[in-house]
Design a protein around this ligand. Structure first.
Ligand SMILES: Cc1cc2nc3c(=O)[nH]c(=O)nc-3n(C[C@H](O)[C@H](O)[C@H](O)COP(=O)(O)OP(=O)(O)OC[C@H]3O[C@@H](n4cnc5c(N)ncnc54)[C@H](O)[C@@H]3O)c2cc1C
Length: 320
């Protein structure tokens, strides 16, 4: 593994981390398999969203991805499900997966598709990054490029009552189902004095029949994913307890059961993370983890199987 071009191992707090940033291959494919017939792009693990979008655009194509240019397409983003501005039309990024090329902890190179290593394919397509193996590349569906309409909208509470300000946000949220039903998507943020929708988008219609499988099906039926935070990271850390113990539980009460949160944007200190991030799929994912990484070599605080370890105050891992 260490001799592979582009992979740079580093030691931190007694651990080994792999740097995949320099794996930058992109292949354009005419993909012909029983489960998909059409254009596809294969991205090495170091490809970031801006590079993926540009490569697709250069071929007159478009691929599903998230909103920020630096996020890795084949890394935690797609392995953790992946939403973005085309989600109402194209579904999630994990639904675009055709092939994962993976190095297992034993050093074997496997290809996981809907027909081969099916369990690994399913787990990688939404079951969380850094858990089942090291992804070398991801092949996803690509679609003909098309015109997309986008709109921004901003208002503040200046010169209006706070009541009116909140009433406007309420009206906006009440109108969202119409936008979603029409295949649109919107990203918005609001504070106590500032609302910004940036943007709402609408795409032309694709007639393709998109798969709707998801590791956690609750997310498939959700109309919104809410993120609570502050813009000042230092303040965010100081507010950690407030988030975990007060704010997130209040939001969770809006959802039946223990609640559900998107694992890629959830609270890393969420106490019920197995159920909240993975839902009823957790036990099946744990079996797959056991099969491909029985010694739990790959670790993340809220990754499947990580309850086998406890973090010591100095950052080292001890067996639970
Ligand atoms: C600025 C910003 C914008 C975002 N926007 C969106 C968005 O629009 N939509 C959305 O769904 N999410 C979004 N996210 C959340 C994002 O999906 C997660 O942060 C995700 O974990 C990022 O994956 P990464 O590989 O880039 O990050 P990393 O921190 O490098 O990795 C995250 C996890 O994946 C693992 N991993 C990374 N590469 C590999 C690999 N090659 N093989 C195996 N495991 C790997 C890591 O070990 C780690 O556990 C955003 C995050 C940020 C910071």
């Amino acid at each position: 593994m260490q001799s592979m071009r582009g992979l740079r191992p580093t030691i931190r707090a007694g651990a080994l981390a792999l740097w995949t940033h320099n794996l930058k291959n992109i292949d354009v494919l005419d993909y012909e398999r029983p489960y998909y017939f059409g254009k596809a792009l294969r991205f090495s693990a170091g490809i970031q969203l801006s590079e993926a979008y540009q490569a697709a655009h250069d071929q007159g194509l478009v691929v599903m991805g998230g909103t920020r240019p630096t996020v890795g397409l084949a890394g935690g983003y797609t392995q953790g499900t992946g939403h973005g501005l085309s989600v109402s039309k194209l579904r999630f990024s994990a639904n675009q997966a055709l092939e994962w090329e993976v190095v297992t902890v034993d050093g074997d190179i496997l290809v996981a598709t809907p027909e081969e290593n099916i369990d690994l394919f399913w787990a990688l397509s939404g079951g969380g990054g850094g858990t089942y193996g090291i992804v070398l590349s991801l092949t996803i569906k690509a679609y003909p490029d098309q015109r997309t309409a986008a709109a921004n909208l901003t208002w503040t509470n200046e010169d209006i009552s706070q009541e009116t300000y909140y009433a406007m946000i309420q009206r906006y949220i009440a109108a969202l189902p119409k936008l979603l039903d029409a295949g649109g998507t919107s990203i918005w943020l609001n504070s106590n004095d500032f609302f910004q929708m940036s943007p709402a988008v609408a795409m032309a219609y694709y007639s393709a029949d998109f798969p709707t499988y998801l590791v956690n099906p609750v997310f498939r039926d959700a109309s919104a994913s809410l993120v609570v935070g502050t813009s000042d990271q230092a303040q965010n850390l100081a507010s950690k307890e407030l988030m975990t113990e007060t704010l997130v539980p209040i939001l969770s009460e809006l959802i039946p059961g223990v609640g559900y949160a998107y694992l890629n944007e959830g609270d890393p200190w969420e106490p019920n993370w197995q159920q909240v991030f993975y839902g009823d799929s957790y036990w099946r994912l744990l079996e797959i983890k056991e099969k491909f990484d029985p010694d739990r070599v790959l670790y993340g605080r809220t990754s499947v199987g990580s309850e086998a370890w406890t973090e010591a105050p100095d950052g080292r891992l001890c067996q639970s």
